[in-house]
Design a protein around this ligand. Sequence first.
Ligand code: NAD
Length: 472
Amino acid sequence: MTATVSSIEDNPKNNSLIWIDESFAKLKAYHATGATRSREWRVKQLKQLDKLVDEHQEDIQKALNADLGKCEMESWISEIGYIKSEIKHTLKHLKRWMKVKKVSSPMLAQPGKSYLHPEPLGTVLIIGAWNYPFQLVIAPLIAAISAGNCAILKPSELSERTSSLLAKLVPQYLDNDAIAVVEGAKDQTSRLLKQPFDHMFYTGGETVGKIVMRAAAEHLTPVTLELGGKSPCIVDADTNLSVTAARIVWGKWMNAGQTCVAPDYVLVMEGHEQALIGELKNQLKKQYSDDPLASDDYGKIVNQRHFVRLASYLEDQPIAHGGHSNLAECYIEPTILLNPSLDSAVMQEEIFGPILPIITVKNIDAAVEFVNQRAKPLALYVFSKSKAKQDDVLTRTSAGSVCVNDGMMFMVNPELPFGGVGHSGMGSYHGKWGFDTFSHLKSVMKRSFWFDLDVRYAPFSKTKLSLLKRLQ
Ligand code: NAD
């Protein structure tokens, strides 16, 4: 089965406000029937999702390329292949995750048995961002399905080709009574946020994150906020410089720097900045050639608004490499800045683009202090051969995830939870962590009738109290 990429106009219904209300009511009613609770339903949906990916790999790739200039390899690593691994991992472990677990019971509750019983939350909302527009909607969906929920997906309107494709394909493969796609922007999202969902899972910037949390508070809906921020990368003097540079270039300039966990800036030890810049330049040339604009492997900025935002970061800045741009192509060359003013916008805001400021610091202590003076980041990177320095940075800083001696490789391990801390977000997902996010762990105690110790019943007495104290 193949499908061509459609536009919102091809699906006139899925962005109307009435349709949003109706879909929510329909999904909620369906969840109440219990149809999504069985393992069979969950497994069937996950297999169908896998089939969707297999049968439309090319369409997904084309949409990602149209939205962000993503090449086939990058699309596979960070979106298509990533989703296939997540489905495989979930299918492999689902039975175990769903198991009711027995825990011990105290003396006072004897005879009795205690259990942890994971149950679906109900009908959930998943709002995605534009930078990994397929993965950021489908990975939370895998988690929501694995936990037995109904879900409404709201892909980002900024990556409109991927959004349209999802709106077209999801109804063809998944249970329409349980999963719906709403396309659109602020109006549609605002309408969705008014509904009493059982969970809201949001990926995007901090400003809208606060809007989501405020709306959720109205219905006491729990939220997961997958936000961003400025992720630091500390480069010690004692490192393997060429491998360090190769890995920084990979992590920073993938998707033209539009990655929530890309290193936002580098902290390098004084006197080592030129050597690092030299190696970064070598690696940029090796990975994206002398003319990244002509390289199929280098992405584009999502739209002209973001291009203008990024271009403004370069005005009057100390450019150590790059700096060229082309509005018509939404292209900004991989650019390195050396010691820009810490008060300038590029060091105050999340860059989320292909510009890498390098800041020199005296030593690891100064780097740690620099990080700790700012909001807790989504990711932190430290490159050093010294285990003592690695551990020092690990124990004295806080971040959603840390990678020692590499860029964002923690993303490939489904055993590691992915999520922020403080201003970079709350809650997590991937693998079992996603199942847990979309489940309620119900406490269950089962008692029998055959022995009914009356110590807790009135009338109370000193004897009963002393017996109770001994039983605890
Ligand atoms: P975006 O513009 O795509 O917005 C995200 C979602 O919010 C979209 O679905 C959009 O329709 C909705 N939205 C926008 N304005 C709204 C409003 N006023 N009311 C209600 N909904 C609204 O994405 P963005 O915010 O530009 O995303 C970039 C940010 O996301 C960066 O900070 C990045 O670090 C972060 N991010 C985080 C992760 C993560 O996994 N933690 C992943 C990707 C991006």
